[in-house]
Design a protein around this ligand. Structure first.
Ligand SMILES: [Zn+2]
Length: 301
């Protein structure tokens, strides 16, 4: 009896220890954070949110698959635009070069990230650094579930001192959404990049095609996710009761053909884009992928 109890206790301790190890290992591999999104003393007067929808094809934006995003454009008197993410068939249509082009306002020939295997360092300044140079007290945020993007951006920012920048690596879009809903009310960054990856993931598993059931479902789900973010986070007042003027971009990094992308076919190289300006601010025209970062800085400064 004594032996059994003792044996039980030891075994329980071992199990507890193993469970704790497993939780801690899981925690490390699933999420990572650098910086703290501490609130500014005053909420920003102007705020830019870039929502990156990975692998969204231009023909996937429709009242059927993206009812919220379609209505948002319509109610603002806008139509979705498109950008050539290949820069005239010179830049491979992969996510790392595409997103780094958005976040540095430069093409791969300058920033050096030519494909998803490019390890960096990113050669061009990011919008986060450029914002901080102009406004020392500004705050920025990056949230993604795609580690290569997180590593490229954070690898560069690690060298920058005095940057108020929060970065979150989460396990999937649901966790990204949860983080934004939790963080946003108190954080209120001047500039945020929120990356959603489920559409690209569905494209690789099935096909980058609005007629593919898995891809279509991921697009619908992402549209609903953005609606929740819009209603619960962006459109609500800050903790201090203020309502910053918000410029919101929706942009993709590439389309796809079959279950791939990277080359220069028409369905790979065009990506949808939309910019929603606050009332009273002129419409923001985006004709190139690299315009998004520059327009963001022009607005918040
Ligand atoms: Zn992809």
């Amino acid at each position: 009896m004594v032996f059994n109890t003792r044996h039980f206790t030891l075994s329980s301790r071992l199990k507890l220890l193993l469970t704790l190890c497993a939780i801690s290992l899981l925690g490390c591999s699933r999420s990572e954070e650098t910086g703290q999104c501490t609130a500014a003393p005053l909420a920003p007067v102007r705020q830019v949110i870039i929502i990156g929808i990975d692998g969204l094809r231009t023909d996937a934006v429709s009242p059927v698959l993206t009812p919220f995003l379609s209505k948002l454009a319509e109610s603002n008197g806008l139509v979705w635009g498109r950008v050539d993410v290949s820069n005239g068939r010179t830049q491979q249509t992969f996510s790392a070069p595409g997103w780094i082009s958005v976040l540095t306002s430069s093409w791969a020939s300058e920033h050096g990230i030519v494909d998803n295997d490019s390890r960096g360092p990113v050669k061009s300044q990011t919008v986060f650094e450029r914002l901080q140079t102009r406004r020392a007290d500004s705050r920025s945020m990056l949230i993604t579930s795609w580690k290569p993007l997180y590593d490229l951006v954070e690898g560069r920012l690690r060298e920058t001192s005095g940057l108020h920048h929060a970065a979150f690596l989460r396990k999937n879009d649901a966790a990204v959404e949860q983080e934004v809903l939790t963080t946003w009310p108190t954080c209120q960054p001047d500039l945020a990049f929120i990356h959603l990856d489920a559409v690209d993931d569905a494209g690789h598993k099935g096909a980058f095609d609005p007629n593919d059931p898995g891809y279509a479902a991921a697009v619908r789900e992402t549209d609903a996710r953005i609606r929740r973010l819009w209603e619960k986070a962006f459109a609500s007042p800050t903790a201090q009761g203020a309502r910053p003027q918000r410029l919101v971009f929706f942009v993709s990094d590439h389309g796809g053909i079959g279950n791939k992308h990277g080359r220069f076919s028409e369905t790979e190289r065009w990506a949808p884009v939309l910019a929603i300006s606050p009332a009273g601010y002129p419409a923001v025209k985006i004709s190139e992928l690299v315009d998004v970062g520059q327009a963001s800085l022009d607005f918040v400064q």
